[in-house]
Ligand binder design. Structure first.
Ligand code: TMP
Length: 419
């Protein structure tokens, strides 16, 4: 079996005490509470061609810690199953380029950045962009062999490895003093946070700035982004939870920056505990504005179930009327939606995507064909569901022909609407 259950909170360790020999307490008061159980789901990025085997289905149950408010999945899938060959590439869209500009500005406002180590550097796009903005020395660390090849072709020095003590030491040895350690959308994929934070410590001098970019659970709750609940996202982070996690570690939370991409993300700015930089007021502001108690998580889950019924009913009604419906953007979110709504290719004729590696594969679990982006204007369906809703304004402008020919968009998140 390539997954294991995780019963204690990853941030504050809340959960059944482990007795001698791993025997668990019989108490029912100290468990993490299930709020959104999606049943078994395929891996959301397991896009396969005909004849290729699927790496299986996994239970997806979002459980919440009553003490520190962290959301996490009840199981952890073996990272090598998830990341050895990984089709997700950082989008080179204008939305992402704007984000990299904003991130670079925000980080350079903290201190001048010359040398960067990026953990989970994917295909090197962000490091390449940072180099064009002024970073002099950069190195990436990523376990996906296919993405390392692309990064190296881009001229980005890249270590093909999971981020562990050994790769941290190798990166440290290869670099001048490191100004910035960047970890974008990798922290919530990691199981052992203590180890991860300790390994970041290996990279840090007293003056190193660490930026961990994560989706913010408050935005996820407020905008009902339940479709981001999938096997790779093992945690859904609140600031309260990160406070618990860092308590007693070698790093401290110095500030928080907010960015509007991917439905709302935060950059957690960390430094070594012996750094002279004072804590910014942003941390307190976030803590005071955070409403992620168990009742908030439960309201979020109830809304998620109504969104699922709404999209399923809408698509079924349109199909009964003889209308053609397709999907746009074979994001991991599209896999979650298609499986939760139990769509088949009779409901959704195809899903378009501009990532070459995903084209002419099948959507995991539903076998809906993934095709190139041009299919939207070639086929001119009546309705297209924008599963890449985090890029909707850019896509809406780009696909003018579809609109001009009478095509209508269905945007599923934060609530199902037809545009
Ligand atoms: P993401 O939200 O996880 O980044 O996934 C978005 C997916 O949508 C990704 O596979 C790329 C795809 N996409 C398009 O097909 N066309 C576009 O214009 C954009 C912005 C994304």
């Amino acid at each position: 079996m390539s997954y294991r259950t995780h019963e204690n909170c990853r941030a504050c360790s809340w959960g059944p005490p482990q007795g001698p020999g791993g025997i668990k307490s019989a108490s029912t008061d100290d468990h993490l509470e299930s709020v959104l159980n999606l049943g078994v789901m395929p891996l959301p990025n397991a896009f396969r061609r005909n004849g290729e085997s699927c790496p299986g289905h996994y239970p997806i149950d979002l459980v919440v810690c009553p003490r520190c408010t962290l959301g996490q999945l009840s199981v952890v899938v073996d990272p090598l199953v998830l990341y050895d060959q990984y089709p997700y590439v950082t989008s080179s869209s204008q939305t992402m380029r704007d984000h990299f500009d904003n991130l670079w500005l925000a980080l350079n406002f903290e201190q001048k950045i010359g040398s960067v180590v990026e953990i989970g550097s994917n295909d090197g796009l962000c490091l390449e962009y940072f180099k064009s903005l002024g970073a002099e020395t950069v190195i990436g660390i990523d376990p996906a062999q296919n993405l390392n090849k692309v990064a190296r072709k881009r001229g980005i020095n890249s270590l093909c490895s999971l981020f562990d003590r050994q790769s941290a030491e190798m990166a440290r040895a290869a670099m001048p003093p490191i100004d910035l350690v960047l970890a974008r959308h990798v922290f919530c994929h990691v199981d052992n946070w203590q180890e991860f934070i300790n390994n970041i410590g290996v990279l840090c001098s007293k003056d190193t700035l660490v930026c961990i970019e994560v989706p913010y659970a408050q935005d996820m709750i407020d905008s009902c982004e339940w479709d981001t609940v999938y096997a790779e996202h093992t945690s859904y982070l609140t600031v309260k939870a990160i406070q618990y996690l860092l308590d007693g570690s070698a790093l401290k939370l110095q500030g928080i920056a907010r960015f509007p991409v991917h439905g709302g993300v935060i950059g957690l700015l960390l430094r070594r505990r012996d750094s002279d930089k004072p804590r910014s007021g942003t941390v307190q502001q976030f803590l005071e504005g955070e409403h992620c108690a168990m009742a908030d998580w439960k309201r979020f889950a109830a809304k998620a179930w109504s969104q699922i019924s709404e999209l399923r009913d809408l698509v079924r009604t349109l199909r009964q009327q003889g209308k053609t419906v397709v999907g746009y953007g074979a994001s991991a979110k599209s896999t979650v939606w298609a499986n939760a709504c139990r769509f088949t290719k009779k409901d959704i004729a195809f899903i378009t995507d501009n990532t070459v590696a995903k084209q002419y594969t099948k959507s995991p679990g539903t076998d809906i064909p993934i095709v190139d982006e041009g299919a939207l204007t070639r086929e001119l369906p009546e309705y297209a569901i924008c599963f890449a809703w985090n890029y909707f304004s850019e896509i809406y402008e780009k696909e003018k022909i579809f609109r001009d020919k009478g095509g209508r968009w269905i945007v599923p998140t934060p609530k199902v609407r037809v545009v």
